[in-house]
Ligand binder design. Structure first.
Ligand SMILES: Cc1cc2nc3c(=O)[nH]c(=O)nc-3n(C[C@H](O)[C@H](O)[C@H](O)COP(=O)(O)O)c2cc1C
Length: 178
């Protein structure tokens, strides 16, 4: 158990955002394993109010990169996973809080699980949050209840970035009251 905990912390600290990929496309099996890790994330009421659109088509990747304010490296990723919050699903049970918050949190938890498990499987990924939602929605034929939350370019890493600095625990914590 202690060893398992050490491995988890290694993964949490060793994972980096990867923005340079080798050409090889990861097998379908690996991609499904990564999405499965997302499914095992916590979610409000276990509703798992999110969906994933997997993009491999080069022309669509170019359009996605344009919608992401021309972050060109996205076009070089063999796969892009577009994680979308399902507002209808969470909204049906939880009303406005479900539509505006829980499904976004569900999608974010799932995306983080996917990025972390990609690293554990020897792949690289990044979280891309800067994009025009309407453009992504139109490109991917998303219904109006699916809100794109994160673009995750995915592939075999072709770089080993240094870890950027983190805040100290002391800086983050307030005891009892803020
Ligand atoms: C909500 C969110 C939005 C982000 N948007 C972008 C983005 O648009 N483009 C990008 O290259 N990286 C983006 N990132 C990745 C961050 O830049 C990165 O996680 C941060 O610099 C820490 O580096 P690390 O992931 O290697 O630890 C985003 C991350 C998050 C969580």
């Amino acid at each position: 158990m202690v060893d398992d905990i050490m491995e988890l912390f290694e993964a949490i600290k060793g994972r980096r955002s990867i923005r340079k990929f080798k050409e090889e496309t990861p097998d379908e099996e690996l991609i499904e394993k990564i999405v499965e890790a997302g499914i095992w994330a916590p979610s409000a009421g276990d509703l798992q109010s999110w969906n994933a659109v997997i993009v491999k088509d080069h022309q669509i990747k170019i359009q996605i990169a344009i919608a992401a304010y021309v972050q060109e490296f996205i076009t070089k990723a063999p796969v892009i996973i577009v994680v979308c919050a399902n507002q209808a699903n969470a909204g049906a049970r939880y009303g406005e809080r479900g539509r505006e918050l829980y499904c976004i949190q569900d999608a974010a938890c799932a995306a983080q699980n996917m990025i972390l498990s990609a690293y554990a499987l020897g792949l690289g990924a990044a979280w891309i949050g800067a994009f025009k939602e309407d453009d992504i929605a139109e490109l991917l034929d998303l219904p109006d209840y699916l809100r794109p939350v994160a673009l995750i370019p995915l592939g075999y890493p072709d770089e080993e970035p240094e870890a950027p600095p983190r805040r100290s625990v002391k800086e983050v914590i307030y005891n009892e009251k803020y």
